[in-house]
Unconditional design. Structure first.
Length: 195
């Protein structure tokens, strides 16, 4: 089983997180940010990864510290659970539709963190959640997971649907990229011999 359990405590957040890559998508998530709870529940379900996450953050300031710090810890946990990445598929992509919204998500477990997004939310908020925090989450996650992540919004008029398509697509693409390919015989999928 590829798993990781991490904790992080700062003056802004206190996070405890457990991640299992080879699972069925169960989650127990309490971040203090309702919309993020919803997105990460979808991420875990569609990624077939079990996620337990508890966070106490300074949400009285705003949601930024909580969202970014969770992305950091989740990225670190994914990197730790993948280890040397022996036998993983490595690359995956898909288009995901959420009603009128359509998003392209592509991932390379490259060992180099980079987020390249082209998202255009029609509103500044989804409920009380700042839509710009979707990009903040993805940037911190990609950097700490040490993966290359592209997200492209093809179309969409509803901010909730656009964000939901992004998190669902990311979960599904990671499930594919992190999958062990028996044909690789435990090799690292790189001519460099490391990722």
């Amino acid at each position: 089983m590829r798993t990781a359990t991490l904790s992080r405590k700062t003056q802004e957040t206190e996070i405890d997180l457990a991640l299992c890559l080879d699972a069925c998508g169960k989650s127990e998530i309490e971040t203090g940010v309702g919309f993020l709870d919803h997105m990460l529940t979808l991420w875990a379900k569609h990624g077939r990864m079990d996620l337990t996450l508890h966070c106490k953050g300074d949400v009285w300031v705003d949601d930024h510290h909580t969202v970014e710090d969770i992305a950091i810890v989740l990225g670190d946990a994914l990197a730790a659970a993948l280890g040397e990445k022996r036998g993983v598929v490595r690359y995956a992509d898909m288009h995901l539709a959420m009603d009128e919204a359509l998003v392209l998500c592509s991932v390379d477990l490259s060992g180099r963190g980079g987020y390249y997004g082209a998202l255009s939310f029609p509103t500044e908020k989804i409920g009380t959640f700042d839509t710009q925090l979707v990009d903040e989450f993805m940037q911190a996650f990609a950097a700490h997971a040490k993966l290359t992540l592209h997200l492209r919004q093809i179309c969409g008029k509803n901010s909730h649907h656009i964000a939901e398509a992004c998190f669902k697509a990311l979960g599904r693409v990671l499930a594919q990229a992190c999958r062990i390919d028996p044909a690789l015989g435990g090799e690292i999928p790189s001519t460099k011999g490391t990722l």
